[in-house]
Ligand binder design. Structure first.
Ligand SMILES: [Mn+2]
Length: 359
């Protein structure tokens, strides 16, 4: 297991590489070039500068996240071929600088969605990301984008800066009538073009689940259950076509058995990396993000780490979203303190599992 930490880069992350390096057990980052728009080529020079910076801090940079898929690819529009060509170029450039896993998602229009980015937990005064389908039902897509921008300390929903709201309406209209099967065929087209390049470069492409794990605003979504991922992996049989197993995203639906999904895809050799965090169920389609500890959420983190240990022990892992504690403010879900606590807890579980096994 390689413990890593998400880092957004010097320009858009207040957390420094040195702070990350000081977290016990930390070996590397899961990086992102935050200023790149979907569809743009990540240039070799930009990647080199980023990776060298990470290496200089004594950390590895073998996983890159959010190489976002342009909406035209998901919609199957004629311009997709040009964007796919750009994606292939980005994969080659990342591989040149030692990147082994690239995380993407295939969610139409929205990346993750929450109805409250700073829901206070009355018991201890911390706050965390929260979702309630009933609240979402009262909001239009435009409203939720606007609210997210207002509540997120200057950060916006990925790709939806307030300046692009007019475009959002147009994009939503373009998805009208698209079914899951149609979206899956567009994904197949994308994978058929990109996976061969990944194979050539020794890179794993890892699909992140829908978050939350069900369709929103009537948009099709095809990556929120074990059965969905069986289909995604079957779209192109290749060790490069993998899952980014995000326990909190898949786990937002209590129907998903997370340890079972890890064991299944781990045994297949098809887990590119994992995001590990906990969620607390508060009702139907209603949850908040809890601390990482099993006793504070609804997921069994011990069983999750056991499943990793048993089936994909060399996987890259990062603590996923944390709460805001100790007066910290910053990018919702991505503060320093609670994620650091999460990382150390996961390392502790790992040590206990490993030593227990060797006894
Ligand atoms: Mn995740």
């Amino acid at each position: 297991m390689k413990m890593t930490f998400r880092w957004f880069g010097e320009k858009s992350d207040r957390i420094t590489l040195q702070q990350i390096k000081q977290i016990p057990g930390m070996t590397g980052i899961m990086g992102v070039l935050d200023e790149k728009a979907a569809g743009e080529v990540w240039l070799a020079e930009e990647i080199r500068a980023y990776v060298e910076n990470v290496h200089a801090a004594g950390l590895e940079c073998e996983v890159i996240e959010s190489v976002n898929v342009h909406e035209d690819i998901k919609m199957g529009l004629p311009a997709r071929d040009e964007y796919i060509e750009n994606y292939r170029a980005t994969v080659r450039n990342l591989a040149r600088y030692g990147v082994k896993v690239i995380v993407y998602n295939f969610m139409p229009v929205f990346d993750w969605l929450r109805t409250d980015l700073a829901r206070v937990t009355p018991e201890d005064g911390s706050n965390s990301l929260y979702f309630d389908e009933a609240d979402l039902g009262r909001m239009s897509p435009l409203e939720i984008v606007r609210r997210t921008a207002e509540e997120s300390n200057g950060f916006t929903l990925p790709g939806w800066e307030p300046a692009r709201l007019a475009e959002l309406e147009r994009t939503l209209r373009q998805y009208e009538g698209m079914t899951g099967d149609m979206l899956r065929e567009n994904m197949r087209y994308f994978l058929d073009a990109v996976i061969p390049v990944c194979e050539e470069c020794g890179v794993k492409l890892a699909c992140h689940p829908d978050d939350p794990a069900w369709p929103v605003f009537g948009l099709p979504r095809i990556a929120h259950s074990q059965a969905d991922f069986e289909r995604i992996l079957a779209l192109r049989e290749s060790p490069s076509n993998t899952v980014c197993l995000c326990t909190g995203s898949l786990g937002s639906d209590p129907e998903n058995d997370i340890p079972a999904a890890i064991r299944r895809f781990g045994r297949m050799g098809r887990i590119g990396c994992l995001h590990v965090r906990n969620v607390k169920y508060l009702g139907t389609h209603r949850f908040r993000e809890a601390s990482h500890l099993s006793c504070e959420g609804s997921l069994d983190l011990y069983e999750i780490m056991r499943a990793v240990y048993e089936t994909c022990p060399d996987a890259y892992i990062r603590p996923d979203h944390g709460r805001m504690i100790w007066g910290e403010s910053g990018r919702p879900g991505y503060g320093l303190y609670d994620r650091a606590l999460g990382a150390v807890y996961l390392c502790g579980l790992w040590e206990a599992i490993e030593k227990g096994e060797k006894r």
